[in-house]
Design a protein. Structure first.
Lengths: 412, 131
């Protein structure tokens, strides 16, 4: 069977792990710049607070009940996510990471007690509560997991006989892969539940929902259409919303430098090099003259080296820059190739050869220094002393408990 | 027309006598292998106070805490009491759990049978950097 292991209220659970005083208190975590509530503990959910609600609307209510409010501490969440994923792998022997708090795995002929044991061990060993759903396909495992979250055992094994009953109780919009637009369209055609959906014939589904909708229908009928496969990332992105709009070329360039440093670290960690760099700027969506200029530069060689990525990003910025109050900037790297596989052109211009040689010698040195002394120790001149985190408004940030010697949790 | 791509070799061939000990080379000592037996389940916490001083655990020490190990009587453990973490020796006697400080100035914390002991993990090492 296919299992989905999903961490319960993941960001809120991370904030709680080193704060025993918050065990029974409501916890909420805010988006970048502390704008909206992106994660809630079950206590916060039971107050009727919704995910996505702006902080200012709920702040009074949260303070009244003594809720703990946190800015997003992605460093902490990623570290704890890596631990959960590594532990799941050690317990089950396989897994496919789907997101920061979810992973699929396969388990042959699971029994209820076996599944509960995996869940309990995972919780004991990591300190992060999880739920497990098992079913014949990924899409059904998602639904089973959702059910499991509501059970005291935290585990739901969905047998083929139980599928129809569950699909009849599941709103079509709650099915994995059915977005809001598709939900509206299906509702208009009288399809309210997942069961209504799979009763339509393949041709009808493909006509109205394309091949991806048809795959969802197959999965709901118990036929595997989305296979468990190794994560393949085809692009990486680093983006940020500014606290205050930025207008000047220099400020925008600085934000791009932070993105490039972030992407360089991500590429290096994955052993990848990028061939294309894309930059986009965004003005406020709530203003009439909303703009989002973008440009792409193709590199002659794949690179994971910050100065090379930054030079490309800067060339993009030069091409698209116009003075305006930008609210956000984003950099993508695409066409990722395996590091060290690069192909030299037979008649490489001499200057280019020299640059690549330089990069190959310098890049590992930079990485060593950053590994030993932290990413702040050596940054591109353009970035100044800034890292991405510095650009965000984070008034309620918790310590980086697991990645900073100076921030270890205290025990008496 | 397609570009012709050829690989380019950076390795150079070195000449001279090979080291007679080269085959016996091993990785040098790495404290990670000593301190982090279960890396994904090990957390570091910092000790504050001297309730464990007779065990050689002092204020400011870094405690290496492994969550994957099952605690048994006599282990030094980190547990939650009164909304905070505490480091004590765990004693299991007649179905009762006792959090025993290694310092006569402190009293035992007895966990009654109906109470649940919330264990954070087992302390496997203490790290003290003295300079």
């Amino acid at each position: 069977m296919i299992g989905l292991c999903d961490c319960n209220s993941f960001y809120a659970s991370c904030e709680r792990l080193f704060r025993p005083d918050l065990r029974r208190r409501a916890v909420v975590v805010l988006s970048n710049n502390d704008g909206c509530i992106v994660a809630l503990s079950s206590e916060a959910k039971s107050l009727g607070i919704r995910r996505g609600a702006p902080l200012f609307e709920e702040r009074e209510r949260l303070e009244q009940v003594g809720a703990a409010i946190f800015s997003s501490n992605y460093t902490l969440y990623q570290d704890l996510s890596d631990r959960v994923m590594a532990t799941l792998l050690s317990l089950v022997g396989n897994r496919e990471v789907y997101s920061i708090d979810e992973a699929f795995f396969t388990l042959e002929g699971p029994t209820q007690s076996q599944a509960e044991q995996i869940r309990n061990e995972l919780i004991r060993m990591t300190g992060i509560p999880v739920s497990i759903g098992l079913a014949r396909t990924k899409t059904l495992a998602k639904l089973a997991n959702h059910e499991g979250k509501r059970l005291p055992s935290g585990v739901m094994i969905l047998t083929a006989e139980q599928e129809q009953g569950l699909l009849q109780r599941t709103r079509i919009g709650d099915v994995w892969g059915i977005g809001r637009r598709r939900e509206e369209m299906l509702q208009k055609r009288g399809i309210r539940t997942a069961y209504d959906f799979i009763c339509k014939d393949d041709r009808w589904i493909e006509k109205h929902c394309t091949i991806t909708g048809l795959q969802t229908a197959w999965e709901l009928r118990g036929k595997k259409a989305v296979s468990i496969e190794v994560e393949k990332s085809l692009s990486l992105c680093s983006g940020i919303s500014f606290e205050k709009p930025k207008e000047s070329f220099e400020e925008l360039e600085q934000s791009l430098a932070c993105h490039c440093a972030t992407l360089s670290a991500k590429l290096t960690k994955r052993g990848k090099q990028a061939r294309e760099v894309t930059v986009a700027l965004y003005t406020s969506r709530f203003q009439d003259d909303y703009q989002c200029p973008s440009a792409t530069v193709v590199l002659s060689q794949g690179s994971d080296y910050t100065p090379t990525l930054l030079a490309a990003a800067k060339a993009c910025l030069v091409a698209i820059y116009k003075k305006a109050p930008y609210k956000a900037s984003r950099v993508w790297v695409t066409t990722l190739e395996q590091q060290g596989l690069h192909q030299y052109r037979l008649f490489e211009p001499e200057l280019e050869q020299k640059r690549i040689g330089q990069e190959e010698r310098l890049s590992p040195v930079v990485q060593e220094i950053q590994k030993a002394y932290g990413r702040r120790a050596l940054v591109c001149g353009t970035a100044g002393q800034m890292l991405k985190a510095d650009l965000m408004g984070q008034a309620f940030l918790s310590p980086r408990y697991t990645t900073d010697w100076k921030a270890l949790p205290t025990v008496r | 027309m397609d570009e012709l791509l050829v690989p380019f070799f950076l390795e150079t061939v070195r000449c001279g006598f090979p080291s007679p000990a080269a085959d016996s080379r091993e990785e040098s000592l790495d404290f990670n292998t000593l301190l982090f037996k279960h890396k994904a389940n090990t957390y570091c916490l910092r000790c504050s106070g001297d309730s464990m001083k007779l065990k050689g655990i002092f204020s400011g020490d870094i405690l290496v805490v492994d969550r994957s190990i099952r605690a048994k009587s006599g282990d030094v453990i980190v547990a939650e009491t009164g909304g905070a973490f505490t480091v004590k020796t765990l004693l299991l006697k007649e179905g009762k759990a006792i959090l025993h400080p290694e310092n006569p100035d402190f009293a035992d914390i007895v966990i009654a049978e109906e109470e649940e002991l919330v264990l954070f993990g087992v302390v496997t090492a203490v790290v003290r950097v003295i300079r």
